[in-house]
Design a protein around this ligand. Structure first.
Ligand code: SF4
Length: 233
């Protein structure tokens, strides 16, 4: 496991908290619209932040922050090394948030059952029939549905979120995802950012949805899921 990036203070990555953010290299997906190709494809080429130094820096910031976000890439591919990281962060007394794509459902279940984190945000990439396109690989969609159920039943604070990429996530897909999540959930629609460095260069030319379209998606699914927010607009 390699810590490839550290953000010392973030106001936007942990709802309701000011948090440091740790970016772990490597991912089990290849989402064509991913904005972190280096982190996903070549984490070994990025500078490594040592764990002890990183945790010391977090300790020093404790008067500024009240949480730590562990994100990627995909943190749950790191198995016991990730468990050890959560334990070390727990020792600081700060709240812990996990960002995940939810594919490693076995470790996700353990992390939640053992209360290693205080908040989990799971990306739901698209409707089941479009999942392989969205994730850029063949996969077993049943694992995604299982992770949604594990998170819903965990009692741990959480949100589900979808990056609304035109062509990958249409209104009907958002409705399908909302139906999978069910009532009483917090669901965030994220704006797609078409930068010049994505895993699949063809996606650099995709035009993001106008804000009004994302808001209309939110209005459509609010009766299904309960709470919907639009982020990144
Ligand atoms: S957007 Fe996809 S490929 Fe990129 S880090 Fe997230 S899950 Fe991995």
């Amino acid at each position: 496991m390699r810590i490839c990036g550290v953000k010392g203070v973030s106001l936007i990555d942990y709802p309701g908290r000011i948090a440091a953010v740790l970016f772990l290299g490597g991912c089990n997906y290849r989402c064509p619209f991913c904005q972190n190709p280096g982190l996903v494809l070549h984490p070994e080429s990025l500078p490594e932040h040592g764990l002890d130094d990183t945790l010391r820096a977090i300790e020093r910031r404790k008067r500024l922050i009240d949480g730590v976000v562990v994100t990627g890439g995909e943190p749950l591919i790191h198995g016991e090394a990730l468990v050890a990281l959560f334990r070390r962060i727990r020792e600081t007394g700060l709240a812990v948030k996990l960002d995940t794509n939810g594919y490693e459902v076995e470790l996700l279940r353990r992390v939640l059952e053992e209360r290693m984190v205080d908040y989990v945000a799971m990306d739901v990439k698209s409707a089941p029939e479009k999942y392989e396109t969205a994730a850029g690989r063949m996969l077993d969609v049943a694992r995604i549905e299982e992770s949604i159920a594990v998170i819903r039943e965990s009692g741990v604070d959480h949100e589900f979120r979808t990056t609304c990429v035109p062509g990958v996530v249409e209104e009907s897909d958002v409705v399908s995802i909302a139906s999978l999540l069910g009532e009483g959930e917090r669901y965030v629609l994220q704006q797609f950012q078409a930068t010049s460095d994505l895993i699949e260069p063809a996606y650099c030319d995709v035009k993001p949805y106008p804000v009004e379209v994302l808001r209309s998606f939110a209005v459509r699914i609010r009766p299904i899921v309960g709470y919907v927010a639009v982020r990144g607009v």
